[in-house]
Design a binder for this molecule. Structure first.
Ligand SMILES: Cc1cc2nc3c(=O)[nH]c(=O)nc-3n(C[C@H](O)[C@H](O)[C@H](O)COP(=O)(O)OP(=O)(O)OC[C@H]3O[C@@H](n4cnc5c(N)ncnc54)[C@H](O)[C@@H]3O)c2cc1C
Length: 420
């Protein structure tokens, strides 16, 4: 009998398959697409710390185009520069292939072009017949197998994102565009508030100056154009952007991780469990770290529920902390976001923490520096005060994620109340 069936061979599922097989477990990974089309097939930003925490070697030159790039965040009425941070751009096609190869090398079997349809006990029904294992891991993404019948994510918690790499058709014109924004080749120009408070248009002229990366995202449920529409419009209105080389688009769940990540012998992993950093919809690093936590739990012979407890207590609180801000931010106007940057409330340190997916440093000096300009903005101060209290409280609540599953619904109601 198999020890574990992993559904989905994207970054989370392939990583889990590798880690579990390396721990000596018999693993079958089932993927509905052809293997080289599994998971994300565009460029994603991932913190290097996540690779270290998950035990995955940092990407080489074939997978990433170098160290973290200087990040310019530009809002309609304010801007900030983040020269130092931890996020590298990854060609996900290569990373996913590397993780799949690592899984196979460790003895996992990956079966592609096979869809998991249903679950009964510890048996999954697939196009290729039933398969049984002691444990099942659903790493099939946001719109996948839904083995735990997890709740559908509200459209208000979905970011519609797109990322494409294009050739540069006219280099002098491209350079003029970036120079006009004070951005050098290789650096990231991040235009925020392009379609509502939670929206972005990141453009980067790669160091080779032959290609550019374009990343967009927004919340269409609030009446804004999708990330794909924003991207297409940018390409159509900038004639120096040449033909598309590769990329993709899709929805990203922004809500806090599902309250239950485990039931019986079944666990959710990655986007399937909404293990996504809400401030910018980043799930790759989180999926790798969660895969490590899950594999270590099973390898040590501990109950699957320990994985859920560890995730919620160690990471769930951080993600919910940022989700409080995300929920406010997506309803704020682009002007408000710009004003906050202008007032220094969203400064280099705060942006760096957000990019790196860690808590911002809080000292008496940083608090005093942020309180000073707020005296002149009483209504903004009141709104931000509520957010600060809510995010601190929600984080404290996650540190007490219940050991007993029966207590989770009560805990979840408290979290709901704090999130508003
Ligand atoms: C345009 C865009 C840009 C993004 N940018 C970033 C970024 O910069 N940084 C970042 O960290 N994240 C980013 N994200 C999010 C990131 O891509 C996801 O969080 C990540 O890919 C999730 O990985 P996963 O393995 O959990 O799920 P997925 O990548 O969705 O993989 C799930 C796999 O399961 C398979 N599957 C589904 N259903 C079944 C079934 N029934 N049976 C068998 N197989 C099934 C699918 O075919 C797929 O291969 C971005 C997302 C988008 C759309």
């Amino acid at each position: 009998m198999l020890d574990v069936i992993v559904v989905g061979a994207g970054s989370s599922g392939a990583a889990a398959s590798a880690f579990l097989a390396e721990a000596g477990l018999r693993v079958l990974c089932i993927e509905r697409r052809p293997l080289d089309e599994a998971g994300a097939c565009w460029v994603n930003g991932v913190p290097r710390a996540a690779f270290a925490r998950a035990g995955v070697a940092l990407p080489g030159h074939d997978e990433s185009d170098g160290p973290p790039a200087v990040f310019h965040v530009v809002a309609p009425s304010g801007r900030a520069v983040v020269p130092v941070h931890d996020v590298v751009d990854i060609d996900m096609r290569r990373l996913v292939a590397r993780l799949q190869a690592r899984a196979v090398a460790a003895g996992a079997r990956i079966m592609d072009r096979t869809t998991v349809r249903a679950l009964a006990g510890t048996t999954v029904t697939t196009d290729a017949g039933p398969f049984t294992a002691r444990y099942l891991v659903d790493a099939s993404g946001l719109t996948g197998a839904r083995l735990l019948g997890q709740p559908r994510v509200s459209p208000l918690d979905l970011c519609a994102a797109a990322q494409q790499v294009h050739a540069v058709r006219d280099l002098p014109a491209a350079r003029t565009y970036f120079e006009a924004h004070g951005v050098k080749p290789g650096e990231v120009l991040g235009l925020v508030g392009v379609a509502g408070g939670y929206s972005v248009l990141n453009v980067r002229l790669h160091a080779n100056q032959e290609t550019i990366g374009i990343l967009t995202g927004s919340i269409p449920a609030l009446g804004h154009p999708s990330g794909k529409a924003i991207l297409d419009d940018f390409v159509a209105t900038h004639s120096w952007v040449g033909e598309r080389r590769f990329g993709g688009s899709g929805p990203i769940p922004l809500r806090r991780s599902h309250d239950r990540l485990v039931a019986g012998n079944v666990a959710l992993l990655g986007d399937a469990g909404c293990q996504v950093f809400p401030a910018h919809g980043s799930g790759v690093g989180a999926g790798l770290v969660a895969a490590r936590m899950l594999a270590d739990t099973l390898a040590a012979g501990r109950p699957l529920q320990d994985y859920e407890l560890a995730w919620q207590r160690e990471h769930g609180g951080l993600f919910a902390f940022f989700d409080v801000f995300r929920r406010w931010n997506q309803r704020a106007s682009a002007d408000t976001i710009g004003r906050m940057m202008h007032l220094g409330l969203v400064d280099e340190l705060a942006l760096r923490a957000g990019i790196d997916q860690v808590l911002p440093p809080v000292t008496s000096r940083t608090i005093a520096a942020k309180l000073r300009p707020l005296w002149r903005e009483p209504s903004l101060a009141a709104e931000l005060g509520v957010i600060a209290v809510r995010s601190a409280a929600v984080r404290a609540l996650y540190a007490r994620y219940p050991r007993q599953p029966a207590l989770v619904p009560h805990w979840a109601r408290l979290v709901d109340r704090l999130l508003g």
